[in-house]
Design a protein around this ligand. Sequence first.
Ligand code: SF4
Length: 364
Amino acid sequence: MRFITEFRSSKLASGLLSQIRLRSRIPARLMEFCGGHTVAIFKHGIRQMLPSTLEMVSGPGCPVCVTANADIDRAIALSQIPGVIITTFGDMLKIPGSRSSLQESKASGADVRMVYSTMDAVKIASENTDKSIVFLGIGFETTAPTVAASVIQAKERGIDNYYVLSLNKLCPPVIRAILDSGEVRLNGLVCPGHVSAIIGSYPWEVIAREYRIPCVISGFEPVDILQCVSMLVDQIEQGEAKVEIAYRRGVRPEGNPEAIRLMEKVFEPAPARWRGMGELPASGLKLRKEYRQFDAELAFDIATEPAQEPVGCICGEILRGTKVPRDCPLFAGICTPEHPVGPCMVSSEGSCSAHYLYGGNLAG
Ligand code: SF4
């Protein structure tokens, strides 16, 4: 299958659904890690079409949602330092911190700019040599190589007013943390396609081996996801737990060696704060000492008040897979995409937003 229409073919989707319904006998709970998968699953009504033996829960795979309030507060504090220009990707602007958002900071006079690539941020730095430009490095392994490339470029070009606040996070450690917590029983993992395009399939093998959980890497079209679920069902029914790639057009077992090289050249693993999960060891990325001159943590004195969560918001539990948006008393009443209370309703990949837009009245 080479063309996008084939991955949306109702005939192929029906065939896969028939296979899944025929083969699925053992009750199983599958987690889709990635926010992109959550949106696709809801948009195409996949949960409702699966047999009653299969339950799907959403994982913590929205990079904006998992950013802890304390880190958003630090980004806002940075934006208020005179002479600092904050550059970031879109959704970050709207995410509420403990007391305000970057958007509100911008409205009160801070220079906060949305960029489409890290190289745009480097360009802003080269054009504003009297200012300090801070890029907010959010995202998983998918975006970390591009942040790394921007730092390398800044160094090569002698740009000394470019900084990164590294909030980038790593996916396999958080999956382990969720499984180690024992809060949610899982029988299969829909592994993230874009992250796996960078890291490959090998890092998931430890999950399959140590936790005896089948892992299948999925693409983002409905046929991709159904094929992934079908492969997970086959493993579950056969008592297997291995890593398979359903997204062959995007993922190779070894990933993207050049992107991994860039990431490892600039960053090293470090503890990171996750919303709802606290600080997890080796789950984030910090700049290596050779690139410390670009580290916003070291370059600025970032002072913040203690972080606070939005009152009544259960985003943390939703991100851990222990609750669903409908469990939140604010869902679809006080909290809507027009008036979001928490990040899971703000972000375009957030669970609450996906439930509200495509399946708010459905269980799960
Ligand atoms: S519905 Fe709103 S308040 Fe409730 S968990 Fe989701 S984002 Fe938070």
